[in-house]
Design a protein around this ligand. Structure first.
Ligand SMILES: Cc1cc2nc3c(=O)[nH]c(=O)nc-3n(C[C@H](O)[C@H](O)[C@H](O)COP(=O)(O)O)c2cc1C
Length: 221
């Protein structure tokens, strides 16, 4: 196995602070090309990528993003699942509300925003397929010393508050096309420290899910 790929995978970070610096359009083409080489069931390739670079288009998207986080924060303490979602919902609310300007800049400062969309009628597994395409694109960006981040709005809590119809109307996206994620791309201003990961032993099972002999001896079926 090539050492390069595992290093690239380990060293890619989600970038949330960008410089406003110019990025060559050719670099975006390479990133989109990486997306199209993702695997898809029956090779159906259900993705559509909308590349947004004009401030005029980015500004309303940034406001929808900020508004979604603001609504999420303001609704948090009244949710019955708040304790499940966050260890400390009070702190989470405070943290989100203190980050709104940073979140706006996460969309506005990088020169490109790729909306990763999917034709929901083309493939049942479009979320898997766009996820694979996004990872390909983020790794390729990282390899070119560009920053990217996956802001997924199809299944996340944020997605519950994001006015996706307004986004679709603003960009003329037809009904059968779902916006799965926003992926800002630009030169990183801050590369965050590597966040922790679980260790292999915590989620890898060899032969049996329950590896502890006593667990199995005490279990009839
Ligand atoms: C489904 C999904 C949704 C995410 N949503 C957001 C988001 O809304 N905002 C954000 O800044 N990062 C978002 N991220 C990035 C994660 O926070 C990030 O992957 C995680 O903290 C691990 O950090 P790393 O990617 O640098 O290893 C999301 C990632 C995934 C896969």
């Amino acid at each position: 196995m090539s050492i390069g790929v595992i290093d690239l995978i380990r060293n890619r970070r989600s970038i949330r602070r960008f410089k406003r610096d110019f990025v060559r359009p050719e670099a975006i083409k390479v990133i989109l090309d990486a997306g199209r080489w993702a695997p898809s069931a029956g090779n159906r390739q259900p993705w559509d990528f909308v590349v947004v670079s004009e401030n005029e288009e980015k500004e309303p998207i940034a406001e929808l993003y900020v508004e979604a986080y603001r609504e999420e924060a303001n609704d948090l303490l009244s949710r019955s699942d708040a304790e499940k979602l966050f260890k400390n919902p009070y702190e989470a609310k405070k943290r989100i509300l203190s980050m709104l300007d940073l979140l706006r800049d996460q969309i506005l400062k990088p020169p490109y925003l790729i909306l990763v969309c999917a034709d929901t009628e083309l493939s049942r597994s479009y979320l898997f397929e766009t996820g694979a395409a996004i990872q390909n694109m983020m790794l390729t960006a990282s390899d070119m010393k560009l920053g990217a981040c996956c802001i997924e709005i199809a299944t996340t809590l944020l997605g519950e508050y994001f006015d996706k119809q307004k986004l679709k109307d603003a960009l003329g996206i037809p009904p059968e096309i779902e916006v799965v994620a926003l992926v800002p791309i630009g030169k990183p201003e801050v590369i965050p420290p590597r966040p922790g990961r679980k260790i292999l032993r915590d989620f890898t099972h060899t032969e049996f899910y329950l590896e502890d002999k006593h667990d199995r001896d005490d279990t009839l079926y």
